[in-house]
Design a protein around this ligand. Structure first.
Ligand SMILES: Cc1cc2nc3c(=O)[nH]c(=O)nc-3n(C[C@H](O)[C@H](O)[C@H](O)COP(=O)(O)OP(=O)(O)OC[C@H]3O[C@@H](n4cnc5c(N)ncnc54)[C@H](O)[C@@H]3O)c2cc1C
Length: 394
């Protein structure tokens, strides 16, 4: 066991494992159809996630969410990470930072329906000339009457095709916060919102990542999240959360890959012996398992720290470390697994081939590996090497 677990932790983990095991048999069908499954099948998966208590698992119980601890959420995401083609995204995690700052109107209009699974959100921060450098965004929010006029073109807007509202980050053009970012909720059917084009990506997911233009989109002031100028605060909270969950899913993916590659190595005979007899195969799997354990320990420990109320900056650096190490670990494990499967590992019907493509983006989205290193180095120079002991050096 990598971490002490309560009975409730085990129960949550078992529920997520059950769901993952039910989703896995649908992977090849999804892969061959570009990611989509028949709507009634997707609905049955959503219903199953609800039944198992995994819908909106990160949201407060008093709003109808699952109220799981950060550690329990990591346990769930780890299981979800075992599944390819994003079929596990039926386990929803709406914006966990939102209830604290949302108005009653925002809670009733967007937050609670999203928790119930009636509404779906997506995030639009990145632009053609602003990815890692989020401060370079050119999207604008201009005050007009008692609302705002939004303009900008956003890239890679994940799930826009399945969402009904989008979190839109823009810079204010006037007022005391002119030039500072602000975050707005925009219903996707608001006049002026339009898909420019939908590029194809390496993976086969039902969730697309279109380029979306916002042209003179008028929203009431009630759609502003929190205060003017607060935009990045929410983005950081989101990054922290998603980075840790990427680390958890990377661990799940590596777990499945090692498991399947080990089973294959036992069965596959070459030169009269199972390939598991060859040291090259053994060492490849041994390295993978060792690295998985290291990544899992980091991920579990970081989640526990969040539950224990660790300093936010330390949390931020540790989420970056977990994401950096776990995502790169999973990519190495996928590469080794493809090699162990040989020619079969290059077939789309093989789990290693799918993960080999799918895991690549985990080194890019929610901050590239280079950006994670920059965050870690910044905290190292500020806090010292004690950062790797779970707290600041004294
Ligand atoms: C499939 C997919 C889905 C996505 N979904 C969303 C979404 O839903 N919403 C959203 O807003 N965004 C989304 N993104 C955008 C994603 O977060 C960005 O692609 C990512 O942050 C990197 O930005 P960029 O692509 O502009 O690369 P750039 O920032 O242009 O970086 C290019 C290269 O330069 C490196 N680099 C940049 N700055 C530095 C530095 N200071 N030091 C060292 N190296 C540096 C980077 O690491 C990278 O290797 C998605 C991206 C993908 C691929």
């Amino acid at each position: 066991m990598s971490h002490p677990m309560s009975d409730r932790d085990r129960e949550v983990q078992a529920a997520a494992r059950t769901l993952a095991d039910e989703l896995i048999p649908h992977e090849v069908e999804a892969e061959m159809s570009g990611g989509a499954l028949p709507p009634e099948v997707v609905e049955s998966h959503r219903a199953r996630a609800r039944e198992l208590g995994l819908q909106a698992m990160n949201m407060p119980e008093d709003l109808g969410g699952g109220g799981l601890t950060a550690f329990q959420q990591v346990l769930v995401q780890e299981q979800i990470g075992r599944v390819t083609n994003a079929l596990g995204w039926v386990v929803t995690t709406p914006a966990g930072w939102l209830p604290e700052v949302a108005t009653e109107h925002q809670l009733d209009t967007w937050v609670k329906p999203t928790i119930r699974g009636e509404r779906h959100e997506c995030y639009a921060i990145t632009e053609e000339n602003a990815g890692s450098d989020t401060d370079a965004i050119e999207a604008t929010a201009r005050r007009e009457d008692d609302g705002y006029v939004l303009n900008g073109v956003k890239w890679h807007v994940t799930s826009f095709n399945l969402a009904d509202h989008v979190f839109f980050q823009a810079k204010l053009t006037e007022g005391s916060h002119a030039g500072a970012p602000a975050l707005f909720i925009v219903d996707v059917d608001t006049p002026g919102v339009r898909v420019v084009r939908t590029p194809e990506y390496s993976h086969s997911y039902a969730d697309e990542h279109p380029i979306v233009a916002f042209e003179d989109v008028r929203v009431p002031a009630a759609n502003l999240v929190g205060e003017e100028g607060d935009g990045m605060r929410y983005a950081y909270a989101w990054f922290r959360y998603e980075r840790l969950m990427i680390a958890a899913r990377s661990c799940g993916a590596a777990d499945r890959l090692i498991d399947e590659a080990t089973a294959f190595a036992r069965d596959r005979v070459a030169f009269g012996r199972p390939i598991s007899d060859y040291q090259a195969i053994q060492f490849s799997l041994a390295d993978s398992l060792t690295e998985l354990w290291a990544a899992r320990l980091m991920t579990y420990r970081t989640a526990q720290e969040i539950d224990d109320g660790e300093d936010l900056k330390v949390q931020h650096a540790h989420c970056s470390m977990a994401k950096l190490y776990a995502s790169e670990m999973a990519n190495r494990v996928a590469d080794r697994a493809v090699q162990i499967f040989g020619g079969r590992g290059y077939m789309r019907e093989n789990v290693a081939e799918r993960f080999f493509r799918e895991l690549r983006v985990d080194r890019i989205w929610e901050g590239t590996s280079e950006i994670q290193r920059a965050i870690i180095a910044d905290q190292l120079f500020k806090r010292g090497v004690g950062l790797a002991e779970g707290g600041p050096a004294t």
